[in-house]
Design a protein around this ligand. Structure first.
Ligand code: ATP
Length: 205
């Protein structure tokens, strides 16, 4: 049976940490295909995304254009509203009926995962592949297994890259270069659109 994965996030913007994580988990979890799914609006973040959905999808597509088996899909953007993983997983299962599913999570998402909408149903429908994240501290698999009995979860040592979208938005707002933090086409898209740039202060009279 084909092994398909889902990697969700806000990707505001997509950065090298996301790209390396996706590639390494794709390989280590022996997936046949990985779907990267930008959220319309994350239920886990207070503020909505800065960049609109179409632009976040376009940036993510540019970042993964090199990889033949990692596809960026607009399922959650098209659905709109708050993006719940259970809805995305059920949608994916109707599109591809004969696949085994793996949900890819950064380690910092693990402590809250048992409280996600229908977490038990997610855990039943998909394996969970957890990528270590440098800043996430000690999220333990044992805690997850206690909170969600029966969860099929594995932790993968991915190359630590301590970049975050928050830090990139802050750099762009401060007028600092973002090349190296994001891939080249994403840097160009951000610069061209003026995305994340605060309005320049008006010169004083
Ligand atoms: P923000 O700073 O806006 O909160 P973010 O950089 O954490 O964003 P998200 O789009 O929220 O990016 O992340 C999507 C997924 O990617 C999450 O599971 C998150 O844990 C993971 N992730 C993000 N950045 C990294 C990184 N540098 N290394 C490993 N995993 C990461």
């Amino acid at each position: 049976m084909a092994r398909f994965g889902i990697f969700g996030g806000t990707f505001d913007p997509i950065h090298t940490g996301h790209v390396v994580l996706a590639v390494e988990i794709f390989e280590a979890a022996r997936l046949d295909r990985l779907f990267v799914v930008p959220a319309a609006r994350s239920p886990h973040k207070d503020a909505g995304p800065s960049a609109d959905g179409a632009l976040r999808v376009a940036m993510a597509r540019a970042a993964f254009a090199f990889h033949p088996a990692i596809d960026v899909v607009s399922w959650e953007i098209d659905r709109g509203g708050t993006s719940f993983t259970i809805d995305t997983l059920l949608h994916a299962q109707t599109l591809f009926r004969d696949a085994e599913w793996t949900l890819v999570l950064g380690e910092d998402s693990v402590p809250s995962f048992p409280r996600w909408k229908n977490a038990a149903a997610i855990a039943k429908a998909a394996e969970v592949a957890i990528a270590r994240r440098p800043s996430s501290g000690d999220a333990s698999l044992a805690d997850l297994r206690t909170a969600l009995p029966g969860v099929r979860a594995r932790l993968f040592e991915t190359t630590p890259i301590g970049v975050s979208s928050t830090a990139i938005r802050a750099r762009a707002a401060a007028g600092l270069p973002i090349r190296g933090f994001v891939v080249e086409p994403v840097a160009r898209a951000i610069e061209r659109s003026g995305l994340y740039r605060k309005e320049a202060p008006k010169p004083s009279a």
